[in-house]
Design a protein around this ligand. Structure first.
Ligand SMILES: Nc1ncnc2c1ncn2[C@@H]1O[C@H](COP(=O)(O)OP(=O)(O)OP(=O)(O)O)[C@@H](O)[C@H]1O
Ligand SMILES: [Mg+2]
Length: 500
């Protein structure tokens, strides 16, 4: 118990740790992947959008620049300055330049210091390649997007260059990054709290189940399993466990009742047998034996011994049924089998017995006989039980009928035993099938086990044993058995008919 407890404690800790760990790890990985997948592309997209807007505006004003004439191209002329400021205004550019073919500045909207620091490498590239160059660079710690467009003005090759500081993009992304960090921390905290709560509940419920299992192992199915109403797998497990506990409890009760009844049934004949033998022994010791009386006592003792033998056999049958010892499942011709069992009763009737042996009604059977898929030994035993009951319950001068019904369609085959005795009172119809249950009209001697064994054997073979409700006076018991597939007994057919 202590070992189990220690193991359980470790396991509970492990489960809690694993659940919390898994939740926190999932939250952390999700947030990290989201941050990595979101922030850099966001920054890139914002920068690209700025660059595209700058290029668009510069291209829009290209025509204006190209239509200038020689006078208007003088350094910082009004016309040049106007176009430059227009570009600054529409695109938000921080600097606009126009450089001539000698790489000299014709227009500069920024102050000298900034212009001097600009490497103008994109301008050189645009001039060389005669094509628009758009790029983004980090220039003295500032994020800058820039464009250089080659222009043909008044026969000369000029380059229009515009720069825009976009450091605020980094600030904006920084804000998003900080928000992400906060979200990540709260997400992790929630995952941790949820994980702890979930794990605690789960572990508590599992511990309750474990305690119930240990209790079951140590004390048997005595206590009720605590109810768990949650509609989840652990709840299902708890309910299945409770159902199993209840079943075990019922079986245990049934077993106790059975053992109590069986030992009572055994004690009575054993006591009476011992009494008779002691009396006989006493008489023998005192030499006052009356031969006639002694024979009667021996006969009574023998009857008790036979009764004990029958009880032992019945109890053995029941224990085999309870242990679910496998029954055979093979095609059986019920006519042949019934004749063999009836023959036992004919022999048993003997010269001293007045009563006629039971008869098998031969009509109503097909040419091939009536086949069932069953254990021949078990079917014979059920028939013996039914015949024994019928012969004991009905008057000696009335016949006992055995008849067979081939299956209607693909229904079960039926073996019917009918007598003309008093029948079973309606209120006892089901009770007579219970173990150790004798009917009120029973002529002594039985243990009330026959029909219980018969019904359980029938059900084990996939069939049934019932007492028919209406019909002629007397009792009619019907044993129904599954039939074999049509081709199954073809080969046995001749053999069955020949040996019949
Ligand atoms: N053919 C019948 N007619 C009237 N009553 C019957 C008939 N068969 C069974 N019963 C009633 O059903 C009861 C139970 O039958 P069952 O065969 O189980 O036990 P039993 O015959 O009393 O004892 P056992 O078979 O163990 O020796 C009988 O005691 C009897 O009252
Ligand atoms: Mg009986």
């Amino acid at each position: 118990m202590r070992r189990l407890g220690a193991l359980g404690g470790l396991g509970a800790l492990g489960l809690r740790g694993r659940i919390v760990g898994a939740l926190v790890l999932t939250a952390a990985v999700t947030l990290a992947v989201a941050a990595l997948g979101l922030l850099p592309p966001l920054e890139r997209r914002l920068r690209d959008a700025e660059l595209r807007a700058l290029v668009d505006k510069a291209v829009e004003l290209r025509g204006g620049f190209e239509s200038l004439d020689g006078h208007q191209l003088a350094i910082n002329s009004n016309a040049l300055g106007g176009l430059g400021l227009e570009l600054v205004r529409t695109s938000g550019a921080s600097e606009v330049y126009l450089l001539d073919s000698a790489h000299a500045l014709r227009l500069r909207t920024a102050d000298r210091a900034t212009a001097a620091a600009d490497p103008f490498d994109d301008v050189a590239e645009a001039r060389r390649g005669r094509r628009l160059v758009a790029s983004s660079v980090t220039h003295e710690g500032d994020e800058v997007v820039r464009v250089a467009i080659p222009l043909r003005i008044d026969g000369g090759l000029y380059v229009l260059a515009a720069r825009k500081q976009v450091s605020e993009i980094r600030d904006a992304v920084g804000v998003v990054r900080r928000a992400f960090g906060t979200a990540a921390l709260s997400g992790l905290a929630i995952a941790l709290l949820l994980g702890l709560g979930l794990a605690a509940t789960l572990v508590r419920r599992l511990r309750r189940l474990r305690d119930a299992t240990v209790n079951l192992a140590e004390h048997g199915p005595v206590d009720e399993v605590p109810a768990d109403r949650n509609r989840d797998e652990v709840g299902d497990l708890a309910r299945s466990f409770a159902a199993m506990q209840r079943r075990l409890h019922q079986q245990e009760e049934a077993r106790r009742a059975f053992v109590a009844t069986a030992s009572h049934e055994l004690r009575t004949p054993v006591a009476s047998l011992r009494g008779m033998l002691e009396l006989l022994d006493d008489e023998l010791a005192h030499g006052e034996v009356d031969g006639e009386e002694a024979r009667r006592q021996v006969a009574r003792a023998l009857a008790q011994a036979r009764r004990l033998g029958r009880l032992a056999a019945d109890l053995l049958d029941l224990s085999r049924i309870d242990a679910e010892v496998a029954l055979r499942r093979e095609p059986v011709e019920l006519g042949e089998l019934s004749r063999a069992v009836l023959a036992e009763f004919e022999l048993g009737a003997g010269p001293g017995e007045r009563r006629p042996a039971p008869v098998l009604d031969e009509d109503g059977r097909g040419e091939d006989g009536v086949w069932a898929l069953a254990d021949p030994g078990a079917v014979a035993q059920i028939l013996r039980i039914l015949l024994d009951n019928a012969m004991r319950a009905s008057p000696d001068d009335t016949p006992v009928h055995v008849s067979l019904r081939p299956p209607p369609g693909d229904g079960p085959a039926a073996l019917i035993v009918r007598d003309e005795g008093p029948g079973v009172p309606p209120q006892e119809r089901e009770a007579v099938f219970r173990r150790f249950s004798r009917g009120t009209g029973a002529s002594g001697g039985g243990f009330g086990l026959g029909l219980a064994i018969g019904r359980e054997l029938a059900e084990r073979m996939g069939g049934s044993l019932v007492l028919e409700e209406a019909g002629p006076p007397g009792a009619t018991f019907t044993l129904r058995l599954p039939v074999p597939p049509p081709h199954d007994h073809d080969g046995d057919d001749d053999g069955g008919a020949a040996s019949a």
